[in-house]
Ligand binder design. Structure first.
Ligand code: KG4
Ligand code: ZN
Length: 349
């Protein structure tokens, strides 16, 4: 029996959300968009570790195996039944097409069977919305640096669901660069948390890797040159038979990434005259990025906010929050909604 008063009965909104865009199968239940009643995440990291990265076919198969259990657990933990759910939010892009289709087909089947509105969510928008869950007082406008395994964006959030993209990466995403550099040093997958960790014992001034700012006064990023510089350094040391100190390489690489991210973000925040800068996506969990942006941003008078680590990496609660605002904005999807692997932020559904 449900313990909650559904808005169907004049109470509050209950969102059921599903996320399966990459290697986490996740389902969450939220109350009024910002209160998380459950957020179940079944991670496939251990499965993909031995391949050094996510294998799309394996990811899809694992999602199929886990999704029903994960959804049931999310409903049970939140003490709601499907009958209480006001809308079903689901990630439909960007991401791996096979992985996306598992969550999307499940959400569509549930929406059809229970006659519940379906709300398609852009995964990047979900990352931004993780901050609304973490910081109940947060309201647009603000500037958001989105840094994940697949995306690097500087976004001016004008209103709920209203985004101006000021810049994006022209090649590798930040998380991708972390993962590739870690792999080149044989550190394992995913590389971001490992580099973050070992950098604490390294000297960030040991090597000077390039800081790529591109053209003056614009906000795009490029990380492939930096990644190549690190790989070249590793190869040259290997050829000369000189042992490398992985902690120093990790710290020097990380410092180069963070310097560019922080400087561009603060510059964009000044341009848009916002008070608040938020960070989102898996790389927002990076301890050095959090520290340096806070220090530099606060010096310039900005309020700096991040989600907790659990809300930085992929999870369905952030998708539920985005679905709630889409729903309030009247963005309800029909059952023809399809997975769009390269969906852009702000693209209409
Ligand atoms: O947002 P996310 O879970 O998935 C995507 O939407 O891509 O981000 C995953 C990425 C991976 O590249 C991972 O290495 C990186 O986030 N990451 C980190 C840290 N934790 C996760 N990168 C740097 N430092 C971390 N602490
Ligand atoms: Zn993500």
């Amino acid at each position: 029996m449900s313990k909650l008063l559904s808005p169907k009965n004049g109470g509050f909104f209950i969102t059921l959300a599903i996320e399966s865009s990459c290697d986490e199968t996740s389902a969450a239940v939220l109350k009024n968009g910002r209160e998380v009643l459950s957020n179940i995440i079944s991670s496939q990291i251990d499965v993909h570790k031995k391949f050094g990265g996510v294998v799309p076919e394996v990811a899809s198969r694992k999602h199929v195996e886990n999704i029903d259990m994960v959804i049931q657990e999310a409903l049970d933990e939140a003490h709601v039944t499907l009958g209480d759910v006001d809308h079903i939010g689901v990630t439909y892009g960007p991401g791996l097409v096979g992985a996306l289709l598992v969550g999307l087909s499940t959400a569509k089947a549930m929406a059809y069977a229970t006659n519940t509105p379906l709300v398609g969510v852009n995964h990047i928008e979900g990352h931004i919305c993780a901050n609304y869950i973490e910081h109940r007082e947060l309201k647009p406008p603000f500037l958001c640096l989105v840094v994940s395994g697949g995306h690097t964006h500087l976004v001016y959030v004008k209103d709920y669901g209203d985004y101006d993209i000021l810049g994006r990466t022209r090649d590798d995403a930040v998380g991708e660069a972390f993962d590739k550099v870690a792999r080149a040093m044989g550190l394992g997958y995913p590389g971001g948390p490992i580099i973050d960790d070992i950098s604490k014992n390294g000297n960030e001034k040991a090597m000077t890797f390039p800081r790529i700012y591109l053209e003056k006064d614009q906000f795009d990023f490029s990380f492939s040159g930096l990644k190549s510089a690190v790989l070249n350094y590793l190869n040259s040391q290997k050829q000369k038979d000189i042992p490398i100190k992985v902690e120093d390489v990790a710290a020097s690489f990380q410092a180069a990434v963070i310097e560019v991210l922080v400087n561009k973000t603060i510059k964009a925040a000044k341009l848009k005259a916002v008070d608040t800068i938020v960070v989102a996506g898996g790389v927002a969990a990076n301890s050095q990025l959090r520290e340096v942006l806070k220090e530099e941003g606060e010096k310039e008078g900005f309020c700096i906010k991040y989600p907790s680590t659990k809300l930085c990496t992929d999870n369905a609660a952030m998708i539920g929050c985005a679905a709630y605002y889409n729903y309030l904005n009247g963005l309800i999807s029909d059952l023809y909604l399809n997975a769009i692997p390269n969906l852009k932020l702000g693209e209409s559904r």
